[in-house]
Every structure is written in structure tokens, then in C-alpha cells.
Design a protein around this ligand. Sequence first.
Ligand code: F3S
Length: 94
Amino acid sequence: MAMVVTEPCFGCKYTNCVEVCPAECFYEGESMLFIHPDECIDCGACIPECPVEAIYYECDVPDKWHGYIELNREMAPQCPQITARKEPLCGGQG
Ligand code: F3S
């Protein structure tokens, strides 16, 4: 099992999550972040850090966002790693 980044991240990318990840398993797509499921250690530290509640344990991903489980697996290996916080796309809270 792994953590999964879902739809609320899209267009936001607050990146609070990457700062607490001890496994450095976040990867940055153009519009959202992805977690590499083979690198994630299932600690859950990132979950409360996301201001828009985009991150779920794989088993807790809402049905409507189930496709994100495969999307994270597919996209993470294709994107550059991100380990430091940066300006979010959407500003505001966070
Ligand atoms: Fe995205 Fe939330 Fe991280 S918006 S970048 S999953 S803190």
C-alpha cells in the first residue's frame, strides 16, 4: 500500500507534503504532485500537511478518485523528484 495524491492537488501544488516525507518519494508533474508507490513507506506524515486534503492511504481513496492510484504509479517515475517546498500554483492558504 502507499499514499496517493488525488484531485484537490491539481492546480494547487502546495508542496507542504514534500517537506515532511522521510522517504523523499514525491515527484512533480506540471499540475500536481505524485507519490511513487514503491518508494512510499506508508508513514502517513504527509496526510495532515495538505491544506486541501489531497492525500489518502490507498485503501481510503474515495471511489470518484480511484483512477489516481494508477495515475500516481504511472506518472511518478516520469516526473522529476521534488524534496523542497515551493510557491504553490493557487496561492492563498497553506
Ligand atoms: Fe498537493 Fe497537497 Fe502536497 S496540494 S503538493 S498534495 S500539500
